[in-house]
Design a protein around this ligand. Structure first.
Ligand SMILES: NC(=O)c1ccc[n+]([C@@H]2O[C@H](COP(=O)([O-])OP(=O)(O)OC[C@H]3O[C@@H](n4cnc5c(N)ncnc54)[C@H](OP(=O)(O)O)[C@@H]3O)[C@@H](O)[C@H]2O)c1
Length: 352
C-alpha cells in the first residue's frame, strides 16, 4: 500500500485531471466513470509452465512484462481464475508482482473472471450462484494479494441460476468494496438484453460496463455471438475483443508459413492449419502490405483498426515478450486516417 501519510515530492504540482498515463491514452469503460488504458494486457498464457499448467509465459518473463507495462501505461490487465488449466496461476503471478510493487495497486485496473469450475469439483464450485460468486471472488483476491477487483467478469452466461441472484450478489460485493464494476463475457445479444432489463430494477451498482467476446478483423465476431459489437456501440457498453490478433496470425510472424514452427503459438497449439487458410492468408498478406507502406507492423495496423471501431473498448492482446508488449503499446497513440481505414476495409473485402 502507498503510504499516504508521507509527502511524495514526485507528485507535487499535478494538474486537476488526466486522460492518459505514461503516454498511453485512456477511455471511460462503457457507461462508467472508470478509465482504462486503450491498450491493455491479456495474461491468459502467464503461469508456471514448469508445473504443466499449459501456460507459455513463465514467472521471470511475466515480471519483466508487468514492470514494462507500467512504464508504457499498459495498465488494464485481463486475467481469469481458471486461466491455464484451472490452475489460478495467471492470478498468482499478478499477486507475486503486486507483492513486490504494492505502490502500484491504484495504477492498475485488474479485470478477472469467474463462472467455470474452479478450486473444487462440486456443483457449487461453478456457475453464477451467490455461493460460487462469493467464494470465487475471495479466492481471486487471495491469489492476487489485493483487497478489491476493479472489473469482475461473468466468464459465460449461466442458463441455470436466476439472474437476480447473480446480480444481487454483485451489488452486495460492490457495496462491500470488494468489486467495483461488473462485466460479462461470451454473451449473446439476447443474454445482454436480459441482464440490461434486470439491471434497471436493481440499479447502477450491477450495471454491465463491458462485454468481452471473441473478435478479430479477419473473422469478425464468433457467429454464436454475432451482433454484440453493434449492440455495444448502440448502448454505450465497452466491447473488449478477446483474441484480437487471431492468436498471432495478424502479426508479421506468419507471413512466411514455411518459417513457422515450435515457439509460434498457432503451431504449438495445433491450430495453424485451421486458421491459416488460403483465403485468410490472402487477406493477411494484403494487410501486411498496407502496414509496410505505412511503416507499421501488421500487429499495429490490426490493433489500431480494431480500436477505431464504434463500440470498441480497451484492447487486451496477449503477449509473450517485452518486445511484443512495446510494439502493441505503441498503438495507443496511432490514429488511422479515414483513407487508411477505407484501404483496410477494402483489403479485408477484396482479397481472394
Ligand atoms: N473471455 C474469454 O473467454 C477469453 C478467451 C480467450 C482470451 N481471452 C483474453 O484475451 C486475451 C488475448 O487473447 P489471446 O492471447 O488468446 O490471443 P491474441 O491476443 O489474439 O494473440 C496473442 C498472441 O499473439 C502473439 N503476439 C502478440 N503480440 C505480438 C506482436 N507484437 N508480434 C508478434 N506476435 C505477437 C503472441 O504469440 P506467441 O505466444 O506465439 O509469441 C501471443 O501469444 C487473453 O490473454 C485473455 O486475457 C479471453
Amino acid at each position: 500500500m502507498m503510504d499516504y501519510a508521507q509527502p511524495n515530492k514526485s507528485l507535487y504540482g499535478l494538474p486537476f485531471t488526466a486522460n492518459s498515463f505514461n503516454g498511453m491514452p485512456y477511455r471511460p469503460l462503457g457507461p462508467t466513470g472508470l478509465w482504462t488504458a486503450c491498450v491493455g494486457l491479456g495474461t491468459w498464457k502467464f503461469g508456471y509452465p514448469e508445473t504443466g499448467d499449459g501456460s507459455r509465459v513463465n514467472r521471470q518473463e511475466a515480471m519483466r512484462i508487468f514492470d514494462r507495462s507500467i512504464e508504457l501505461g499498459v495498465t488494464f490487465w485481463d486475467t481469469a481464475n481458471r486461466y491455464n488449466n484451472s490452475s489460478g496461476n495467471s492470478e498468482r503471478l499478478i499477486g507475486e508482482w503486486f507483492k513486490a510493487n504494492p505502490d502500484q495497486r491504484r495504477n492498475v485496473v485488474i479485470a478477472t473472471k469467474l463462472m467455470g469450475l474452479m478450486d473444487g469439483q462440486t456443483p457449487n464450485h461453478c456457475r453464477l450462484s451467490r455461493a460460487n460468486i462469493l467464494d470465487a471472488v475471495h479466492a481471486s483476491l487471495q491469489r492476487m494479494g489485493i483487497d478489491y477487483i476493479d472489473v469482475l467478469y461473468f466468464h459465460r452466461y449461466d442458463e441455470v441460476t436466476p439472474i437476480d441472484e447473480s446480480l444481487e450478489t454483485v451489488c452486495d460485493l460492490v457495496s462491500r468494496g470488494l468489486v467495483r464494476y461488473l462485466a460479462v463475457s461470451n454473451f449473446t445479444v439476447d443474454q445482454l438484453k436480459l441482464y440490461q432489463a434486470h439491471r434497471r430494477q436493481l440499479g447502477g451498482r450491477c450495471q454491465v460496463a463491458a462485454v468481452q467476446n471473441q473478435f478479430d478483423i479477419l473473422r469478425g465476431e464468433n457467429p454464436t455471438y454475432r451482433g454484440v459489437l453493434d449492440y455495444c456501440a448502440a448502448n454505450n457498453l465497452a466491447f473488449v475483443a478477446h483474441q484480437p490478433l487471431a492468436n498471432g496470425l495478424l502479426t508479421d510472424r506468419y507471413l512466411d508459413l514455411s518459417q513457422v514452427g515450435p515457439g509460434d503459438r498457432l503451431f504449438d497449439e495445433g491450430t495453424l492449419d485451421k486458421i491459416a487458410t488460403d483465403a485468410a492468408m490472402a487477406k493477411v498478406k494484403k494487410l501486411a502490405a498496407l502496414a509496410a507502406q505505412w511503416d507499421m507492423r501488421l500487429s499495429q495496423l490490426t490493433l489500431a483498426y480494431t480500436l477505431s471501431l464504434p463500440g470498441m473498448g480497451p484492447l487486451i492482446p496477449g503477449i509473450s515478450t517485452v518486445a511484443q508488449l512495446e510494439e502493441n503499446a505503441a498503438v495507443g497513440t496511432i490514429k488511422l486516417s479515414d483513407e487508411q481505414k477505407m484501404a483496410i476495409r477494402k483489403a479485408l473485402r477484396d482479397a481472394q
